[in-house]
Design a protein. Structure first.
Length: 230
């Protein structure tokens, strides 16, 4: 059976809605947290699929989080080998950094449900056209060399990119919309919520309204991407 390794940077940001298409595609899913002592020795090249999820830290906060630099080095070896890799939010920023691009604080907090503009209608992101999906970040990145920009939003131009068939980086959270851990996101992000002009009540209402459709579109996107891997 094919193996998939999920890397969690904080416990409340898991694979959520993406688990179903990954398991349906025939992967045995394992998970490791970056706070696990075993993570420092984890081989990131070996798994058939690596999925790196989100987190509140910045790629540039390597003095506070020494594991970031170590993870980027090991991730770069995986990307050099063109092994199938998916990055979500902070995970996408880590991919950008591993490809040599700059990651930095953005001009605004992008928090809430709104659509992305899909640039390639033949890519798996076509499933997200006109679908409000969850955004929750304040950092952004320069587009790495040799990748294709797949999506933008009205806040940040770099929302998704790919390189060939095996690398997909998503700044937004198409996996979130039905996971009860969303309560932890709200509890731990009051300043982000306020900075984006929301309240916990308005964000919960948007989650209830848009969440199921967002997750359905996100699952379709990931299923199509997995089916097209080399």
């Amino acid at each position: 059976m094919k193996t998939a390794l999920i890397i969690r940077h904080v416990p409340h940001e898991g694979v959520a809605g993406y688990r179903d298409p990954i398991e349906t595609a025939g992967y045995r899913v394992d998970r490791i947290d970056v706070c696990d002592p075993a993570f420092s020795a984890c081989d990131l090249v070996e798994p058939d699929l690596v999925i790196m999820m989100g987190g509140p830290m910045g790629v540039y906060e390597q003095e506070t989080h020494p594991w970031i630099a170590c993870q980027i080095r090991r991730l770069a070896r995986r990307l050099d080998a063109d092994r199938p890799t998916l990055g979500v939010c902070f995970g996408a920023q880590m991919i950008a950094a591993a490809l040599g691009a700059r990651v930095y604080p953005g001009k605004a907090k992008e928090v809430g449900f709104h659509p992305v503009t899909v640039h390639d209608e033949e890519s798996p992101l076509r499933h997200l056209a006109d679908v409000p999906v969850l955004h929750w970040h304040g950092d952004t990145f320069d587009l790495p060399d040799g990748v294709d920009l797949l999506a933008s939003s009205h806040v940040y131009p770099h929302q998704a990119f790919r390189r060939g068939r095996n690398l997909l980086a998503l700044q937004f959270h198409g996996e979130m919309g039905e996971d009860p851990r969303f309560d932890a996101w709200i509890e731990q992000g009051p300043h982000d919520i306020a900075a984006a002009g929301h309240t916990p009540c308005t964000l919960r209402a948007a989650h209830d309204e848009h969440g199921p459709r967002a997750v359905a579109a996100g699952r379709a996107m990931i299923a199509e991407w997995l089916a097209g891997l080399d």
